[in-house]
Design a protein around this ligand. Sequence first.
Ligand code: BT5
Length: 327
Amino acid sequence: MNIAVTHKLAKRLIESQSQAISGQQLADEFGISRTAIWKHIKELEEKGYTIESIKKKGYRIVAIPDTLEPLGIQTGLTTKRIGQKIEYVESCPSTQIIAHQLAQEGAPDGTVVLTETQTAGRGRLARKWDSAAQKGVWMSIILRPDVVPQKAPQFTLVTAVAVVRAIEEVTRLQPKIKWPNDILLNGKKCTGILTELQSDADGIQALIIGIGLNVNQEKKDFDPEVQEIATSLKLESGETVSRQKLVQSLLYYMEIYTQLYIEEGFGMLKILWESYSTTIGQPVRARMTNQTLEGIAEGITDDGVLQLRTADGKLHGIYSADIEMTN
Ligand code: BT5
């Protein structure tokens, strides 16, 4: 069975929406027999699609499964670059590992890696990222921006804004950003971002932006270690959320915001970022690998560096840290 034809057939049926299309018409369009069309329909049903077969009228798609397979994501995707190529695997150690490998092999800008579950999902400093099967969006995006390596860390902030916009668009939730890479709902973490870099003497070869977004987990679906600090969109909204819609929206905002950042710099995005931030203006404790500082988070610079004023009046530029609110 030619899976590309199955995908094209699904796309054709989804696009015709509620209008049924006859087996004969599909056979003519695809240049194959009606029996072959019927086999592809069965294949789609096995993949979880609900397809109505109406006598004398033909086939109509009633429901599509909420998987992260390219077919479901790309049908209805409005981007031009990001997500035109999607690498999907049902399970893997980490989408970051796959993306790094693809980038080294020359994968184009905008390539996306998606999986249903990770067995060794990772956070910053080799921390573990809990990735429950079929319940979240575990994704890495390969970008090849023509910018100097110093501009790489802001991609985490730009991604955070894109994640917030996508969650706002698909649900009625209002997430907040905790500098630098956490998205929070009611003070609990629903998304983590991990930006990694492949660079050489000529500059950035590829940015690998990893996004872990908790979508439909119940509390019991989280590892015991994170149950008290983590949350999902479903836990906060009380509703099951379409992962497909979320990914489509996220890729859309990633495309426009990363483009804006590359072309215009961080200025406009910084204003958006600050409007979503829980950190700015607050007393915080910043734990870094070599020291811990307490003070007021006064803002971020155009380079994405956190400005922390300690009690002695000194202003410290912080590039990376774990932040705790101290009020
Ligand atoms: C992050 O690190 O928040 C970045 C997470 C990036 C995950 C994505 S998933 C797709 C791609 N493939 C990967 O392998 N990774 C990326 P950090 O700021 O270091 O936070 C890690 C900490 O968050 C852990 O030590 C836990 O305390 C907590 N944590 C782990 N899993 C969580 C989850 N599912 N939800 C909320 N918090 C979690």
